[in-house]
Design a protein around this ligand. Structure first.
Ligand code: XIL
Length: 377
């Protein structure tokens, strides 16, 4: 564990500054001027080398300086947190902007890391032109608009997937298509309203035609929820019956200290594996909150210890599932940059393995060596 003086130094260095989180929105983020990363602790991805590759989703700032050092030491896979999303790569129709994503891929190649692509089709972070008809009005569900939207989808996927080629080994092709609150179980996004489920088939078929060896996933959150899981399984089976080239299911795994239990994760992965699916954990983080009302201004020590045990249990579960789970990716590198500082409400959160000063938390030890977790009170 961290020694007293280092802890003090870390805390002294904490400050708040404005950052652009990659969505173009400037926000406050907890940041730190960091003295150094710990060089005397085990590398996470080396410790897990016989289980699965270990990834982090990152913003461009995490490629340089001490963040870059931490990333190289502990991870052998990276994902762009935002820089491969439609809004970022094709903000204007036919004009592709790959700069930040290319930098991420170059970093990965220079450091022998895998790249997971995220994401080709989603109902969020899209440019406004995408759902406008030829007259510039919001698309309504007509046969003409359906054809136009599927054409835009095919062109986008061909351009993006061919640009990265074999540098991206896996793609989240369709993100979050299920909505258990709908009677038909599908998210009623513009994609669905205009094309039905054809957007899903088209996205997978075009991605596969363009990169036949890439592993293609449906990525979804709350996959342990029984109704949602059932709906996703049904979709998976229907896609397979239609010959759609789906390789696996991405389980986002934005979880909290208690929910879902590891046993529910195990059961879920087994169910998808039995349906012929590979599984990846794609967006792991452990919020310290149980509901939208809680808010701590600093991280309670007892909760960080509980989080350490929670990570221990999660990784015991993932490791037992090796063979059915082919990768685990965290949705972030360290607590200085996490989407949970703004979702579901603005508040500090500490969901990752390294603190805002890039030092190992109990969560880190829970993954790598649970004997070093703080004693339970
Ligand atoms: C989040 C990013 O982390 C944020 O920076 C951005 O503002 C919104 O999107 N599920 C997903 C991810 O599939 O793409 C989301 O990422 C988090 C939820």
């Amino acid at each position: 564990m961290r020694s007293g003086p280092i802890l003090l130094l870390s805390l002294c260095c904490l400050s708040f500054r404005h950052v652009d989180d990659g969505t173009g929105v400037t926000r406050f983020a907890q940041t730190a001027s960091v003295p150094s990363i710990q060089t005397d602790i085990p590398s996470l991805c080396t410790a897990l080398a016989s289980d699965f590759p270990l990834g982090a989703a990152i913003w461009p700032g995490a490629l340089t300086g001490l963040h870059g050092e931490l990333l190289k030491k502990h991870f052998n896979s990276i994902t762009a947190e935002n820089d491969m999303k439609w809004q970022h790569v094709e903000p204007v129709e036919g004009k592709f902007e790959f700069g930040p994503a290319d930098e991420l891929v170059s970093f990965a190649k220079a450091n022998h890391m895998l790249v997971r692509g995220h994401t080709l089709v989603w109902d969020q972070q899209n440019p406004t032109w995408l759902f406008k008809d030829v007259q510039g009005r919001d698309m309504t569900p007509t046969p003409e608009n359906k054809a136009l939207l599927l054409q835009r989808l095919s062109r986008h996927i061909r351009a993006v997937v061919s640009h990265f080629g074999n540098d991206v080994y896996a793609w989240d092709v369709v993100n979050e298509p299920i909505d258990p609150s709908q009677p038909d179980g599908f998210r009623h996004s513009a994609w669905y309203r205009i094309t039905g489920t054809d957007y899903i088939d088209t996205a997978f078929r075009v991605a596969h035609e363009t990169a036949p060896t890439a592993k293609l996933y449906i990525n979804e959150y709350a996959t342990t929820n029984p109704r949602k899981r059932g709906l996703l399984l049904k979709l998976v089976r229907e896609l397979k019956n239609r010959g759609v080239p789906l390789y696996g299911v991405g389980h986002q795994m934005h979880v909290n200290l208690d929910y879902p239990r590891a046993s529910a994760i195990t059961q879920t992965v087994h169910m998808f594996a039995a349906a012929g699916m590979d599984n990846q954990i794609t967006e792991l983080d452990v919020s310290v909150y149980q509901n939208d009302q809680q808010r701590y201004s600093s991280a309670p020590t007892a909760l960080l210890a509980r989080q350490g045990y929670r990570y221990r249990d999660l990784f015991r579960c993932f490791r037992k599932l090796k063979g059915s789970i082919s990768a685990v990716t965290f949705w972030g590198l360290a607590d200085d940059h996490t989407w949970l500082a703004h979702y579901p409400v603005d508040r500090p959160n500490w969901p990752l393995l390294f603190d805002a000063a890039l030092q190992a938390k109990p969560a880190y030890w829970g993954v790598v060596n649970p004997r070093r977790l703080p004693r339970r009170k």
